[in-house]
Design a protein around this ligand. Structure first.
Ligand code: UGA
Length: 442
């Protein structure tokens, strides 16, 4: 018999976690304030595109192990284990994270807890939040310190969310080491099948657990900005960053993954997480330790402007009146997520320089249209590239990597392609008579 679980928040994190916990045999209720989202989920469908998630949702809704509600009362009555999986976006006009949603889960849930319960935080939060929320929960709950709050950060990647949840690299649990309660024992029960497969299960204090998550994302962001800085040097020196990445990547201490140079990182996590991390370090008086992340952020943002400038150069010195096709809008392939997407940022910058920009993305057009209504949107590659003076590939969807120059030849006005993700075979395009430019490539 599985555990009875409530998961608060049904975004990427919460929806995936709900479905996967049910898949592991637990009884799960997903909770959100957004009733439209709940209706979609109850029908076994994710409100966003994530490969494989619909199957897991549907199978578990049909099996009766997974349901959704907007009622905290129902969730508190049903579950003994509660997960917080709501968003922690960047505050408007500040680097810090906005904890309104996380706080609100605790302030609404805790007063309803009338029997011992464990709350696990999964959202990415500034270090120190778990201890603060724990006090808050115990203060508000009728059962007082029979409520335990632990931190169990999530490391899933969009596009691989189901796989990463069911087969994580590691499980990290941060508990109150001075007053060890049931949080560890319950987590071992929740994740028994996963731990049984040999996945490392690391128990630490809450602060370390919170920091593990931010440190991991800061490291990944740094790795990407490192290679993008090398790309700038390669361009200046006439060298090739893809070959450089392959060569340094063979050193196991460095590793080839996350060394793909291009227009940089975006999405709902890396950009805001490094900023929130800097802000928190400042509050703690350790701001000097993280000043390098400011540089990581600048290198990343510069990549977007450099891509606009490269497009202008390839277009012959001015973007005014040129037609630019942008292939890709999502912040990465296999996702319809456009939060802080470098592709859309670049499309917008190019348009502001006087070009007519038409965007196509296999999954992210609807989301893009809502956020950037002034760009033109196409229904396929052909439509986007019709009469284009320059074609940009800004998200490395497989569909774009497979494109053949001969297919585009009769469609575009000029045979010029810019590969913002270094994902195309440059020889193929050059041999077909196209002008090809990549990021930091010869
Ligand atoms: C990231 C982390 O990888 C996850 O481990 C973490 O759980 C998640 O944030 C989170 O905090 O929730 P995700 O945002 O899904 O996951 O995206 P990534 O796969 O990390 O890619 C981020 C960005 O970096 C994308 O825009 C991608 O195009 C870019 N990237 C990635 C590069 O520019 N070069 C690379 O070599 C790799």
């Amino acid at each position: 018999m599985g555990c009875r679980i409530a998961v608060f928040g049904t975004g990427y994190l919460g929806a995936t976690h709900s479905a996967c916990m049910a898949e592991l045999g637990h009884e799960v209720v997903g909770v959100d304030v957004d009733t439209a989202k709940l209706a979609t989920l109850a029908a076994g469908e994710a409100p966003f595109f994530e490969p494989g998630l619909n199957d897991v949702l549907k199978a578990n809704v049909d099996a009766g192990r997974l349901r959704f509600t907007s009622s905290y009362e129902e969730a508190a009555e049903f579950a003994d284990v509660h997960f917080i999986g709501v968003a922690t976006p960047q505050k408007r006009g500040e680097l810090a994270a906005d904890l309104t949603y996380v706080d609100s889960v605790v302030t609404r849930l805790a007063p309803l807890l009338t029997r011992p319960a464990v709350i696990y935080g999964k959202s990415t939060v500034p270090v120190g939040s778990a201890a603060r929320l724990s006090e808050m929960a115990q203060h508000l709950a009728p059962i007082g310190d029979a409520v335990e709050l632990a931190w169990n950060p999530e490391f899933l990647r969009e596009g691989f969310a189901v796989h990463d949840t069911l087969h994580p690299d590691r499980i990290v649990l941060g508990i109150d080491l001075e007053r060890r309660g049931r949080a560890e024992e319950v987590a071992r029960e929740l994740y028994r099948d996963i731990v049984g497969e040999g996945v490392p299960f690391l128990v630490t204090d809450r602060e370390t657990a919170e920091l593990v998550k931010t440190a991991a994302n800061a490291f990944l962001a740094t790795k990407i900005s490192f290679i993008n800085a090398m790309a700038e040097v390669c361009e200046a020196a006439g060298a090739d960053v893809s070959e450089l990445a392959d060569a340094i990547g063979y050193d196991a201490r460095i590793g080839r993954r996350f060394l793909n140079a291009g227009i940089g990182f975006g999405g709902g996590c890396l950009p805001k997480d490094i900023r929130a991390f800097m802000a928190r370090a400042g509050e703690l008086g350790a701001n000097q330790a993280l000043t390098f992340l400011r540089e990581v952020d600048s290198i990343n943002m510069r990549g977007r402007t450099r891509m606009m400038e490269m497009t202008r150069e390839v277009a012959g010195g001015s973007l005014i009146g040129t037609r630019v096709a942008v292939l890709g809008a999502a912040f990465k392939p296999d996702s319809d997520d456009i939060r802080d997407s470098p592709a859309l940022n670049i499309a917008g910058q190019i348009q502001l320089q006087g070009a007519s920009v038409t965007v196509f993305d296999p999954k992210a057009i609807n989301n893009s249209r809502t956020l950037f209504p002034t760009l033109n949107y196409a229904s396929d590659v052909r439509d986007a590239c019709d009469g284009a003076d320059v074609t940009l590939v800004l998200t490395e969807w497989e569909e774009f990597q497979r494109l053949e120059p001969a297919y585009l030849d009769p469609i575009v006005r000029c045979q010029r392609i810019i590969d913002g993700r270094n994902c195309l075979d440059q020889a193929k395009w050059r041999n077909a008579g196209w002008t090809y430019r990549g990021v930091g490539r010869r």
